[in-house]
Design a protein around this ligand. Structure first.
Ligand code: BGC
Length: 521
């Protein structure tokens, strides 16, 4: 491929193995994704439970009962209801900004701990909710928890992992997200059947389980060497690095980490610092990657799969079941990514996944358009029709799950140099949350107005994002995280933003000691 691959000749190879220690550590940390996933999966199902609607959103409930709906596209169009789902993402957006400081000053672990505790509190309040205000307070706490966890967990994983396995270990986070979504979908399916209509309490309160896992996990996990060095604990950090890598000779990596940390110390204003010219590539990715991830339209499926399947004519049980099927596809396809990401590279997965999603969006739009037309009145729907739609939605979900899903978290977490890592990751999370919020909030209205064209709307963005990746995203597979500067320096476009002294030839920071180092102030 002519463009975009920029690895540099002076690739470093730090010694180190995939030790059991690092594997277990990363698995535990990755479980931080469970709280996010559980929430994504649980809200849609809960808002479809009549007893829940009746108690908290009686006007929506009444509307659903009364309406003899002729236009299927518009039957769920209600701002109040979408607000319940999407409010959490605004809270997460705010929390991820605060988490930047916690993560940098007090370590990645503490942010994870905060994440777990806040999420747990939110789950308790939601499970016990007696009035709408309790629901909302609970949602806000859950959002805070997610903001902290999503800010710190991907960084933690990328810093802990030996660079050759960084992709696979980092994607553990996304795997937990998908497992969280699936578990939530399955639980909703069963809890919805509970007589007496209090199943939603179990669904919402059940979020305590993943919250406790990450809370306890963060207490037993070690801090990353990068983070310890950043806080001046050099000796402990060197010991920890030996333990993590399973080799005695960690000097080279350790020196680079120290140098990166020295560069980072010079930064007084991490936020303002982000605006420097040499961080232009990083900032572009911190904004564009999460933006595009959400504009794949994935959360239309994740939040509203039951609603969507219902809309296109499935009965309510079949709809919930289809949501479970897409959930399984999501988990399995994420495993494919874990297997391939450090072998095939990030760019290949991005481009292949994009292509796959595009085809499926076109087919789904055509199927829905053909049957529902403009006025949303399908008449009798044959079985084969439903099967084709679900099949293509599954292929679409698989495409996302081995590309933009995991890579949307992996790539940002591995490209930021230490001195901007925490702040830049907060931007990544907040942009992600902002667009998750926007998509969640306007989807049902868009379905009502754009009709089957909604799928073409997202398809258009998939084309844009694939072009973006092709031309602007360098391959980051197999490059040590503190060496990442080289990929910009040798990139056809980004080279103009990073000067030689920003990332000296000969590899990394150790050549730059004695005040010659990367100029960050
Ligand atoms: C995204 C979520 C999405 C999930 C689906 C994540 O990477 O950030 O918005 O719901 O993948 O598996």
């Amino acid at each position: 491929m002519a463009v975009g691959i920029a690895v540099g000749d002076n690739k470093k190879a730090y010694p180190g193995n995939l030790t059991p220690f690092v594997t277990v550590t990363c698995i535990v940390a990755a479980m931080g994704g469970l709280i996010f996933g559980y929430d994504i999966g649980i809200s849609g199902g809960v808002t479809a439970m009549p007893s829940f609607l009746k108690k908290f959103f009686p006007s929506v409930y009444r509307k659903q009962q009364e309406d003899s709906i002729s236009n299927q596209y518009c039957q769920y169009d209600s701002q109040t209801l979408t607000m319940f789902t999407s409010s959490l993402y605004l809270a997460a957006l705010l929390a991820s900004l605060v988490a930047s400081t916690t993560t940098r000053k007090f370590g990645r672990k503490l942010s994870m701990l905060f994440g777990g505790i806040l999420f747990c509190a939110g789950a308790i309040i939601n499970g016990a909710a007696k009035a709408v205000w309790m629901l909302i307070v609970g949602r806000i706490l859950l959002g805070f928890g997610i903001g902290f966890a999503n800010q710190s967990v991907p960084l933690y994983l990328s810093e802990m992992a030996p660079y050759k396995f960084r992709g696979a270990l980092n994607i553990g986070f996304q795997l937990s997200i998908t497992v969280g979504i699936l578990v939530a979908n399955v639980l909703n399916y069963f809890f919805a059947k509970i007589h007496g209509g209090w199943g939603w309490r179990l669904s919402l309160g059940g979020a305590m389980v993943p919250a406790l896992i990450i809370t306890v996990g963060s207490l037993v996990l070690p801090d990353t060497p990068n983070s310890m060095i950043e806080r001046g604990q050099h000796d402990e950090a060197r010991e920890k690095l030996r333990r993590i890598r399973g080799v005695e000779d960690v000097d080279e990596e350790f020196r680079d980490l120290v140098a990166a940390s020295e560069a980072s110390m010079k930064i007084e204003h991490p936020w303002r610092n982000l605006l420097q010219r040499k961080y232009r590539p990083h900032m572009t990715m911190a904004v564009m990657i999460p933006f595009f991830q959400q504009l794949t339209g994935i959360n239309v499926i994740m939040f509203y799969a039951p609603v969507l399947f219902n809309t296109i004519g499935f009965g309510s049980n079949a709809s919930l079941m289809s949501a479970v099927i897409t959930g399984v596809v999501n988990v399995v396809a994420t495993m494919v990514s874990i297997y391939g990401v450090d072998k095939w590279g990030r760019r290949f997965l991005f481009l292949e996944g994009g292509f796959q999603m595009l085809i499926c969006q076109a087919v789904v739009a055509a199927c829905i358009g053909a049957k529902f037309g403009i006025n949303g009145n399908p008449g009798e729907l044959p079985k084969w029709y439903a099967i084709v739609v679900v099949l293509f939605i599954c292929i679409y979900v698989a495409g996302f799950a081995w590309s933009w899903g995991p890579l949307g978290w992996l790539v940002p977490s591995e490209i930021f140099p230490l001195e901007i890592r925490s702040a830049a990751q907060s931007i990544n999370v907040s942009v992600n949350m902002l667009f998750t919020f926007i998509v969640a909030q306007i989807f049902l209205t868009m379905l009502c107005h754009l009709k089957f064209g909604l799928f073409l709307f997202f398809a258009f963005f998939v084309v844009l994002m694939s072009i973006f990746v092709y031309y602007f995203l360098p391959e980051t597979k197999g490059i040590p995280i503190e060496e990442m500067g080289q990929v910009w320096k040798t990139h056809w476009f980004w080279a103009r933003y990073v000067a030689d002294e920003d990332y000296p030839i000969g590899g990394g920071y150790e050549m730059t000691k004695g005040g010659q180092g990367p100029k960050n102030v």
